[in-house]
Write a protein that binds this ligand. Sequence first.
Ligand SMILES: Nc1nc2c(ncn2[C@@H]2O[C@H](COP(=O)(O)OP(=O)(O)OP(=O)(O)O)[C@@H](O)[C@H]2O)c(=O)[nH]1
Length: 380
Amino acid sequence: MPATLFEKLTVTLKSIFDKLHRDTAMPQQPADFNSWYLHAKLPQIRYIALVTTMLYLIYSVAEYHVLPDYHVKRFLLHGMLVPATMASVGILTHFPRHHRAMLWLLVLAPIAANSVNIYLNFDAGLFSYFSPEIYLSIMWTFAISGLRLRHALVSAACSCLVISIPMFTSQLPAAFVQLHLMWLFSAFSFGFVSALVLEKVHYNLYQKQMELALLASRDPLTQLWNRQKMATLFTQEKQAANVHQAMSLIMIDIDHFKSVNDEFGHEAGDIVLQHFARLLENNVRKQDHVGRFGGEEFVIILPNTSGGEALTVAHKLQQAINQYDFPTVGRKTASMGVTEAVHRHEPLATMMHRADCTLYQAKEQGRNRVLFADIGVSPA
Ligand SMILES: Nc1nc2c(ncn2[C@@H]2O[C@H](COP(=O)(O)OP(=O)(O)OP(=O)(O)O)[C@@H](O)[C@H]2O)c(=O)[nH]1
């Protein structure tokens, strides 16, 4: 094979793989329980869809051998419609944009399978051979498919309607109908209870995971965002911003903080840090992100903010700090380095480095001052 063709093939395959990987990647923080649950269940839905497709194909072959009057419509419905629906479900798990369609198919597949079963077998004289598929499909819908309880409930209820209505007009022996309805009711009850319990367990798991995620992203002393979370927020803000939106950053360091610990003790120092954190939070906008980067060093990310605007915010903060009476220690000051992203894709590390150097200059120049990092232009 010529190298160029091979290269083209490799690039195409890689782009398909990248797309699949992007599409199936778990979001950093799912918006709500619905999307968390769906992402948690995707592998289950994918593999169950695959196994169900294969079993229906085998079932179709088995039918061919069991039934003397095997008809082509049996093959079309049982051997093709249901497996094709389940195979589509499996494929759609890879494409988040089509997850809604995937769920619809997953809800409809058991109803279709049960309708086909009734249509093909109800009057065929061998219904008792085929009725186990019905009970199994009700359990499958609730406990195996990966559907949420409410979706499974709709699907199973529709299946039960499709299955039960013909029973009341049938010529089947009354005892058989009674037993059949009994098994149907049992399958529904067991399935419903297992789906209910599963959903409760998943909800608890979701809550615990959210609690842990919150704990892992906060600085325990001040409850501000920690360094790792600030990096995530910075990336998210960059992705959400449009080409014309600026992004700025302020780095703040309390002046002579060591003397607080030395004079008043570590506990008094901790309280100062906590008050300082609240002071920062209360003097920035809701969309700004305040974090503690260790020690007495704080960082504020200001999305959609020019360097000039960030400088104004920093001066406002400086004034608030200067006027604040910290418990035990009284007045404190802080030095700040302000910077603006030089371009849309500038990483957090280089902005931090610039702000840090500027902060160092502010300290050198006597502390309690705000300096703007030189980025080649004056702050707008
Ligand atoms: N109470 C308390 N102190 C801390 C904490 N983290 C760091 N520190 C103290 O913060 C002090 C930082 O001191 P330095 O980095 O020398 O700076 P500074 O005294 O603030 O002086 P300048 O920054 O140069 O104005 C050290 O004494 C640390 O022990 C903390 O969580 N709680």
